[in-house]
Structure formats: C-alpha cells, structure tokens
Design a protein around this ligand. Sequence first.
Ligand code: NDP
Length: 469
Amino acid sequence: MQTYHNTVRGKQTEANEHQEICNPATGITLGLAPINSELDVDLAVDAARQAQKAWASTSDQERREAVARVAQVLEENSGYLAGLITQEQGKPLSGPGSRFEMQACVGWTQVPSALELPPEVVYEDDKRKDVLYRFPLGVVAAIAPWNWPLMIAIWQIIPAIRMGNTVVLKPSEYTPIATLEMVRLISQVLPPGVLNTVSGDGRIGAALTSHPDIDKIMFTGSESTGRRIVEASSQNLAPITLELGGNDAAIIMPGTETSAIVEDLFWGAFLNAGQTCACIKRLYVHENDYDSVVAALSDFACQVPIGDGMDESNLIGPLQNTMQHNKVKELIADARANGCDVIEFGDIPETGYFLPLTLVGNIRDGHRLVDEEQFGPALPIIRYRSLDEAIGSANRLSAALGASVWANSLEEAELVASKLEAGTVWINQHGAIHPMVPFGGNKASGYGVEFGIEGLKAVTQPRVISIKK
Ligand code: NDP
C-alpha cells in the first residue's frame, strides 16, 4: 500500500502515525496518509517563517513567473491528480467532476499570476501625496475542506504566494492524499519552504490556526469550525478569510420557461452530489409552475447516471464520508416522517456512500431539510404565492453565501436580485464563480472575499507613505 507524505522545506517528511484513506465509492483503500503531531505543526510554521523574507524580497515579476510555472505543473499532472481526486473524494472523472476541478485549479492559478497590485496614489494635492503600498502579511495558515479539496486549496494558497507570503496548508483528514500529491509536485517549482503541508484531524487544524507565528488564516468549511477558528485566532490576532458554506435559495419567477433553465438548475443543485458550498439548497417555485418544474427536474434527473466516478459514463458519485452520508439520510428521513413527497432517481451501487438524486416536494420553511444545510443530493422544492413571500423566505436564514433568480425578463430578475441578502446573487445560473470576480459570504456564511484583485488584497498588509510636498 502506498504511503503519502507531507512537504516541508521542499522535502517529503516522515510521520509517526498514518491513517488509511478509502475510496468512498468502493471502500477500497487508496493509501496511507500521515497524521502529524503539534510538533510537526511547529516545524512547518518555522519552515514557512524562515522562507518568507527571501520570498517577499523577490521581484513581483519573479513571483508572477513562479506562479505561472505552478500552473504549468498543474496542467501537466492534471490527469494523475484528477484520478486521485475521484478515488479519494468520489466526484466522477467526467462531467463537472475531477477533470473539471483540475481545470479550475489551472485557471485559478493562471489568473493571479497575471494580475498586478501596484502602489496606488490615494490622495494628492499641492501640499501632500499619499501612496498606498501592499506588503505580504507573512505566514498564511490555509485550512481546506473535503468537497473540492484541490480547487479550494488552490484558492487559498495561490494568491498568498503570489503576494509574497509563505503558506502552511492543512487538507481535510477525509481527503489528504490528492492534496499532498499536488503540493509535492508544485513545490518542485517553488523555493523550499514557500509551500508546506501538515495533515491530521481538526486537532492539527486547531494547532495551526492558534499558532503564535501565523499572520493570516484562510478557512473554508463549516460554520461551527469557523467559530472555533475565530476564537483560536485570539492567540495570534491573524486576520481571517472565512468561507462557511451556505443554504442558497433559488427563486424561479412566475411563468419562467422551464425547458430553457432545467439543465443549469439541476447542476446548480446537484453539482458534486450537492457537496458544494454554493449549490442551490432550497428551490422556491410559484404555485402555478410547481408541477411543471418538478416534472422537468424529474425528467432530467432520471437520465443522470450515478456510480463509481472512475467509470467514464457516471456523472454523479457518492457522498464523501459516512458523517455526510448519515446527515443527508437523516434529513430526508425527517422530511418523509413529516409527510413530504420524496421522489428518488437513479440506481445506486450497493457499496459506497451513494444516495439517489432526491427531490422533496410538499415541504415548507421550518422543515429541517429546508433550514439546515444538507450538503448532499436532496433538493427541497417549496411553493410560494407571491414574490415578496419568496424573497422573505430566501432571506430568513442566517446563511447568506449565494442565491439565484431565474426569469424570462432580466430586468425583473435584477429587481428581485437586489433584494436578496447573499454574497453573490446569480441570474439564470447558480454557482457560476470566476477567478476575476470576488466571492464570499454575507451574514453567517463568513467574511472577506476571495478571487481577483480583492482576493489579492486580502493576503496583504496595506501601508501608506505620506509625503509633505
Ligand atoms: P469542518 O468545518 O469540520 O472541516 C473543514 C476543515 O476544517 C477541515 O480541514 C477540518 O479538518 C478543519 N478543522 C476541523 N476542526 C478544526 C479546528 N478546530 N481548527 C481548525 N481547523 C479545523 O467540516 P466537516 O468536515 O465537519 O463538515 C461538516 C459540514 O460543514 C458539512 O456537512 C457541510 O455542511 C459543511 N462544509 C462546508 C464546506 C464548504 O465548502 N463551505 C466544506 C466542508 C463542509 P478535518 O477534516 O481534518 O477535521
């Protein structure tokens, strides 16, 4: 059985303990991943600290070129890494799966490599001139989740490195292997110590985020862990970018042509078997259109093959882990016990953490499947009578990452969009993120934004030089 390793100071490290990582589709062991100790966290942070000054003193052009080399390595190894993602995380190779995740990794590396953040004259008159410079913060702790393990790690580490920070990344204990392999490959084109990893469970994440020598924390995961990280950061006063998932509402405006939107609506809800922070998790449909929307989604869902993602014909894989599998089953069981209509699609394999694609009708606000983030392939469809009622429903929860409005008229959709409380409101699409467009949550979905120029600013320290003329 293959043993995988962390990278610290550009070298592969040994750990005293390991855990078996199993393929969630088959139960077959993929390999052994290291479990680090708190001492290993100290060593990795020290490596990042020692490398940081030299890295920050490289020219902007040198760092742009280094990040461009990383993009090239990702591209060259995307087939290998996509195979590991599928066997470890579960999402299929095909469709919007692991190859798509690798394309995103390449894109989200190329774009920051091309972006610039030059000094900005923020004020000038005949007496003074004030120039805002952006310096690296120092050592960044990156804590990545298990749903899009490589893509989200790239979102965290690339802007940090691009701006002259060094990084210690901790992948989720559920999906460490593909990430450790990605870091092993890309650190070959970076100076030693610029990108380091530690692995293990939440204890290691806690040791990293509370470490006194950390200058910035990038976190994507659950709200409860996010709150723990905010508390832990009182140890180092590190600023945090927090992306805490959501419970995104989609509103279909009355009379919207269903056939034109059904495919995007389906993937907006079921991308990665629903295990995506910005998926549609509550669908609000006008009572007159309810039957036609349910019929169109049903017709689409019954044609989508579910199974082991290494089989090119499958488009939906398993849930990633037993905790998530049980959570989604429990929410569906609760809806069924409360008289909701549960409609299931797809033949699912007997082994693995599979669930059928599930539409849940005759359900209302207040049911657990509506109010709690399911993070799985079970979509509640809620009838509304007026747009004001639908907008009120969409805004009633504390989660506020994304939302969407689906309509024939863009003008009418924009009016509704302007009333929705979410970090991003999409129109006639959902979850359509882009490396140039800032992305982040409102309310309990977190704070700070990633991507584009704003994402680069988030990993810098602003400093002003103020000159008397
Ligand atoms: P967590 O928030 O626990 O995990 C996210 C990351 O945080 C993992 O790397 C985890 O490590 C790490 N972590 C755990 N505890 C700590 C800590 N005290 N300090 C620092 N880091 C820590 O998510 P879960 O895996 O428990 O998933 C629970 C729910 O969260 C899901 O059902 C889903 O609703 C939501 N979620 C949202 C995601 C998103 O994209 N926004 C992604 C994943 C989950 P480890 O895994 O090793 O414990």
